[in-house]
Write a protein that binds this ligand. Structure first.
Ligand code: CTP
Length: 476
């Protein structure tokens, strides 16, 4: 197969001609080649050089004005970042090698090899495709493992015996699942068997690399596929056992609860149709995480998971720490959403009072829309009638939220009387009393007993202060 028409970007002719001049062989290889057959565009292009990758990269860099060149001598890799026809490209050059290839490897390269050796040690047949760029073979595809056929048949398969490919870099087991999920491919049987039998080897891989792949699975169109494969391969139990704990249905008498693993995945798929926000997807993944820990069977009531939202929120920091996910804003956001995830729907089940809606708006703040998205995604049931009823009630709460927000503007609300005003008015030190008065004012406004304006709140503050034995300055 000749792919000249896919190589019209001048990058390829310049790289090829430079390699010709310096008498080295060069190939475009890996993800970029795979992606042309999948109609996915990528600005990251990998080149394999039979010769010095660093030297070629340096010479290529000279051809692109304003480009940046960097290299890692020990690893034999070099990067050129260049703006070409108004677009930013990252070009990575690496010498062909006999050893396993992976980006960001900390292992120095010791053995040079041919392009065939290099392709042998790549992760999957679809990632081992290479195209020659030298002028006498420009555009010729080298596909020793029928990667093109695997792309057509939507198959993830290792080029060598899977046990060998995976032992080169056990992260590839999770990568297999990530590609299957992202591309909606199937993992070939032998490859999947090796994944199952070698799953414990994932323990030697750094958490950052694993988490990177999990995030990519979560950002796929249908993340459930990835998590089901992770579970079936036994890998999920090694990396996020809290999720596998959700699996299973228990029955007592006629009462069964739903399988919370599959329910969770359904919620993640639902939410993925509505958001590209990774952290909202994490909130969906963890929203019921404390169900196993809070599960109880109560006669005449059935299965309960009382307080799972509260305990779930408490589990979030531990999980984030273990997964090496960010520990600030993003974590607090997920914690908050897990904690509040039942609130909108519980408003429906009780009676939708204005004060309950006000409280929810106050607590959720700017995240109220995301909370509603999560809550909507959480409505999963096989019983269509039930789902319809929930959706209808959900719309009622949504409407009510809009009305109250329009009227009270509680989204980013701060009570009208600050601590400083209280301190100044009663001429007291910062103390518990100040907090008590502030709480009284906030609660009265949220309950609808007090108008949300400065004058009403000020009068109310004087009254509460007096009741506590405090005397306002003017009165003194
Ligand atoms: N590769 C490998 N083994 C790994 C990682 C990468 O063999 N553990 C090889 C594959 O040939 C892969 C190439 O290095 O195609 C580039 O890796 P990377 O940039 O991580 O992945 P891409 O295939 O480009 O895909 P994506 O951009 O979606 O991560």
């Amino acid at each position: 197969m000749n792919l000249k028409d896919k190589l019209q970007n001048k990058i390829f002719s310049i790289v090829g001609q430079t390699a010709d001049f310096h008498e080295v062989e060069v190939f475009v290889i890996g993800g970029w080649v795979r992606d042309i057959f999948l109609n996915r565009a990528s600005d990251d292009i990998d080149f394999a050089v039979h010769g010095s990758g660093i030297e070629l990269a340096k010479n290529v860099s000279k051809k692109f004005k304003g480009s940046k060149f960097s290299f890692f001598k020990n690893f034999g890799t070099a990067m050129v970042s260049a703006k070409i026809d108004g677009k930013e490209y990252k070009l990575e050059f690496v010498g062909t090698r006999k050893e396993s290839y992976r980006r960001n490897s900390r292992k120095p390269i010791v053995e040079d090899g041919s392009i065939a050796d290099d392709q042998n040690r790549r992760d999957f047949t679809i990632n081992a495709l290479a195209i020659n760029l030298n002028s006498n073979h420009f555009g010729e595809l080298i596909d020793p493992f029928n990667g093109i056929k695997d792309i057509e048949n939507k198959i993830i398969r290792t080029p060598l015996e899977p046990a060998i490919t995976f032992s080169d870099d056990p992260l590839r087991m999770v990568r297999a699942i990530r590609f299957a999920c992202q591309l909606n491919f199937e993992i070939e049987e032998n490859t999947f068997e090796a994944l199952k039998s070698q799953n414990s080897r994932i323990e030697i891989v750094s958490q950052e690399r694993i988490t990177d792949e999990i995030n990519k699975i979560l950002m796929s169109k249908k993340p459930s596929k990835g998590f089901i494969l992770l579970e079936k391969s036994g890998i999920l139990k090694k990396i996020l056992p809290e999720l596998t704990e959700l699996k299973g249905v228990e029955t007592i008498g006629k009462d069964s609860h739903k399988d919370n693993f599959y329910h969770t995945l359904q919620v993640v798929d639902n939410i993925s149709e509505h958001t590209e926000n990774l952290w909202l997807r994490w909130a969906a993944l963890l929203h019921d995480i404390a169900k196993p820990a809070t599960k109880k069977y109560i006669k005449k009531v059935g299965w309960t998971f009382h307080g799972h939202e509260f305990f779930g929120a408490k589990m979030v920091p531990k999980i984030f720490l273990k997964m090496k996910l960010p520990s600030h804003e993003e974590m607090h956001y997920v914690e908050k959403l897990v904690n509040l995830h039942l609130r909108p729907i519980s408003l429906v089940e009780d009676k939708v009072t204005d004060s309950a809606v006000r409280r929810l708006l106050f607590e959720a703040g700017n995240d109220i829309d995301d909370l509603m998205t999560l809550c909507h995604a959480d409505i999963t049931s096989k019983n269509e009638k039930k789902v319809n009823k929930f959706h209808k009630n959900f719309e009622i709460v949504k409407q009510k939220l809009i009305e109250i927000e329009e009227h009270d503007k509680l989204r980013n609300w701060q009570p009208p009387i600050s601590g400083e005003i209280i301190i100044d008015t009663f001429n007291i030190r910062p103390s518990k009393e100040v907090g008590d008065i502030k709480n009284h004012i906030r609660e009265a406004i949220l309950d609808g007993k007090l108008e949300n304006d400065f004058n009403s709140a000020y009068q109310f503050m004087l009254k509460i202060g007096n009741e506590m034995g405090l005397i306002a300055k003017k009165e003194k």
